[in-house]
Ligand binder design. Structure first.
Ligand code: ACO
Length: 319
């Protein structure tokens, strides 16, 4: 039994935050942001939007694309680290918003790599026969966790959600998933939970990042990761049709593409208009490239992400 991608969807809030607007808020420039990251603008949740509302919209679009009624889902997994509530889980709230009940639903926390981790868990459910149809969502609103005065972080992040339905099939599908974590890097990237009781801690609860150090480890781990993933299948990089990377920084993505000897024309890029949407970034990119016809049936896709934890992961998919 294999897990096959049956449908995808994404949702981005309407509010656009441009580099020009950020220039007015903090000491930065459009040129600096574009040259260092590749980002021009990002979307930001409005007051009535949330991780759950974005996730629900993306989920409806994915279910629609898969032509699957929500009642037929056996499992819902939401990858997020920025939901409004610690519990109930965002997944339980999405389940309710989809008008269904009883379906097991839970969240996975692996920051920017959350979607890959959630996919990995879901694949195991399908391959073992425990589930036939799984809804996997990445949804994050990290703009809400960034100190509005911190130019190191607010330039990077955007809000959004992406979703995919995976279904049991005789043919692959997901060829493999690979996930890794290294907790020793916690001081380089993270966000304290706002419910921590110490008042001083609450003041410092904004997302923190030592960008240059994160950058260095990200490039190194992603190079190892893509190499391992291909070696696992005895596959050459030239057999890949598309690289669908986490959209954190153009230079990180370029380094991974270079490692694979892939031209940037085979790399799905969204970050110019979305910024880093954390767990949502890979499924948003996947959905955009499926909907605009770049990704075609039978093609081989390499998905990868790196983020807070550190946590990083990949998936090789035959579409
Ligand atoms: N505007 C203008 N200048 C700035 C800004 C800004 N927004 N931010 C920093 N600078 C300045 C710095 O103060 C520094 O000045 P100095 O040389 O006088 O000290 C200079 O620009 C260079 O700063 P660096 O931090 O070295 O810049 P770098 O080239 O590393 O780019 C960036 C910073 C874009 C954050 C990069 O390090 C990066 O992308 N890191 C990885 C981010 C990432 O992948 N995160 C993981 C995913 S997130 C998650 O999991 C939630």
């Amino acid at each position: 039994m294999f897990a096959r991608l049956a449908g995808t969807g994404h949702f981005l809030p309407e509010d656009v935050l441009t580099n020009a607007e950020l220039e007015r808020r903090v000491d930065t420039s459009d040129t600096w942001i574009r040259e260092r990251t590749g980002i021009r603008e990002r979307r930001v949740c409005g007051p009535d939007e949330s991780v759950v509302s974005m996730a629900t919209e993306a989920a409806k679009r994915a279910l629609n694309a898969a032509n699957l009624p929500a009642e037929q889902l056996d499992l819902i997994v939401v990858a997020t680290t920025s939901a409004d509530r610690a519990f109930p889980s965002a997944a339980c709230e999405v389940q309710h918003a989809l008008g269904i009940t009883d379906t097991p639903a839970f969240d996975v926390a692996a920051a920017c790599s959350g979607f890959l981790f959630a996919m990995s868990v879901s694949e195991k459910y399908i391959v073992s026969g425990a589930a036939k149809h799984v809804l996997v969502i990445g949804s994050d609103a990290l703009t809400r966790m960034c100190n509005p005065d911190d130019r190191n972080t607010i330039i990077l992040f955007g809000d959004g959600a992406g979703a995919a339905v995976f279904s049991a099939a005789e043919e692959p599908g997901i060829l493999s998933t690979h996930i890794y974590s290294a907790g020793e890097f916690a001081s380089l990237l993270g966000a304290d939970h706002p419910t921590r009781s110490d008042e001083a801690l609450q003041q410092e609860a904004w997302l923190y990042m030592r960008g240059r150090e994160v950058f260095k480890v990200a490039v190194e781990k992603l190079a190892e990761l893509v190499e391992h993933t291909l070696a696992h299948h005895n596959m050459a990089a030239s057999e890949l049709d598309w690289l669908i990377p986490h959209q954190a920084n153009y230079r990180i993505i370029q380094a991974t593409a270079r490692k694979l000897n892939m031209p940037m024309s085979q790399v799905v890029m969204t970050l110019e208009k979305t910024g880093n949407t954390s767990a949502a970034s890979v499924p948003i990119a996947l959905d955009m490239a499926i909907r605009d016809g770049r990704i075609q049936p039978g093609q081989t896709l390499l998905l990868e992400a790196f983020g807070g934890g550190f946590a990083w992961g990949s998936a090789l998919i035959r579409y």
